[in-house]
Design a protein around this ligand. Structure first.
Ligand code: AMP
Ligand code: MN
Ligand code: MN
Length: 322
């Protein structure tokens, strides 16, 4: 960590990016890192290729996150919450022009890309690692940084319910509350209000659930037609897979999501994102990695190009070893 801090302190133009289709940890850690480097008077660019999901638009400084960049002669890149560099999307080409890349993450499948790594697979969220980094840099926390860190930990632990929930999650969140974070206010933003379309998508998602013959695998499917019908977007899928995972006897839940580009029909209807969740007895990070993706042992994902029926067949095959 010390060498990373030295690079942070010695750099003046810093590019910070997180993964496409960002979750609360991706946005929370991005903003917290940016705000803390602001106070060291660095020139910061916050980058995410995707639009900020509606539920995270209350976070401080999210309007500073840009979706396009020019090469502005950065001297340092920081990549957060990404198991591989490709997770940031098109900006990979810009990274290649920046002399130093720092990789900060908590995924077991992290490829250790970049010049320096700060990877802790026991951290509940990348936001936990950023908290420690900010402490170590002796940058004072303010309410804006605290709100971002709190939101990252809250969302990545599924509100302190998932298996990655650790002691630090509670200790850090308590400290953030002491700094003025209002847990009810954040919960209202993140979980309190959904668009009508999102509720209708939930209905379609529940209706799509199929269970394998042995009862151990559930599959939920979301097609472009469903997004179009309900006027929803990929950000509205967040959390739906947990319904498929909750089903009695299910060990692995899969959510197959047809790629969507905001138009009537995607250029390629045969691209799918598959999310996997397990009850802890099956390592879905290893499964996702075998399909070229990654993640954590009980929450992982990958992208695949094929027909929907073939994707389902490949997933159903997983039950042979369950
Ligand atoms: P998701 O499937 O999007 O709900 O993501 C579950 C977990 O898997 C998250 O920690 C993601 O960062 C990770 N993940 C999802 N898709 C990929 C991918 N294509 N490559 C690497 N990690 C992924
Ligand atoms: Mn993430
Ligand atoms: Mn994370």
């Amino acid at each position: 960590m010390d060498i990373i801090i030295r690079y942070l302190k010695n750099s003046s133009r810093i590019f910070i990016a997180t993964h496409t289709n960002p979750d609360g940890d991706a946005i929370g850690s991005l903003v917290a890192m940016g705000l803390s480097l602001d106070s060291l008077n660095k020139k910061i660019t916050l980058y995410n290729e995707s639009p900020i999901p509606a539920v995270y638009r209350f976070l401080p400084s999210v309007n500073r996150v840009v979706r396009n960049i020019n090469n502005e002669n950065y001297d340092l890149a920081i990549i957060l919450d990404c198991s591989d560099l490709q997770r940031i999307g098109n900006a990979v080409s810009i990274i290649k022009t920046i002399p130093i890349t720092i990789n900060i993450d908590h995924h077991v499948t992290n490829t250790r890309f970049g010049n320096f790594q700060l990877i802790d697979t026991s951290a509940c969220a990348t936001s936990e690692i950023i908290y420690r980094l900010i402490k170590q840099m002796a940058v004072p926390f303010n309410k804006a940084i605290a709100t971002s860190i709190y939101t990252g930990i809250l969302t990545d632990t599924g509100s302190f319910r998932f298996s990655n929930t650790n002691k630090a999650a509670f200790a850090i969140c308590q400290e953030m509350v002491e700094l003025g974070v209002d847990p009810y206010n954040i919960a209202q933003h993140v979980y309190g209000t959904y668009s009508l379309g999102r509720i209708k998508l939930l209905n379609l998602a529940l209706d799509s659930i199929e269970i394998s013959d042995n009862g151990k695998l559930s599959i939920m499917t979301l097609t472009q037609d469903m997004f179009n019908e309900t006027h929803t977007q990929p950000e509205d899928v967040d959390g739906l897979i947990n319904y498929a995972k909750r089903i009695e006897d299910v060990k692995v839940a899969a959510l197959i999501q047809q790629h969507w580009n905001g138009k009537e029909k995607s250029i390629n209807c045969n691209r799918f994102h598959v999310s996997l969740r397990s009850d802890g007895t099956v390592d879905v990070a290893a499964i996702a990695a075998s399909f070229g993706g990654g993640g954590h042992s009980s929450a992982a994902g990958f992208s695949i190009e094929s027909t929907l029926s073939d994707v389902k067949l490949q997933i159903l095959k997983l039950t042979e070893t369950m």
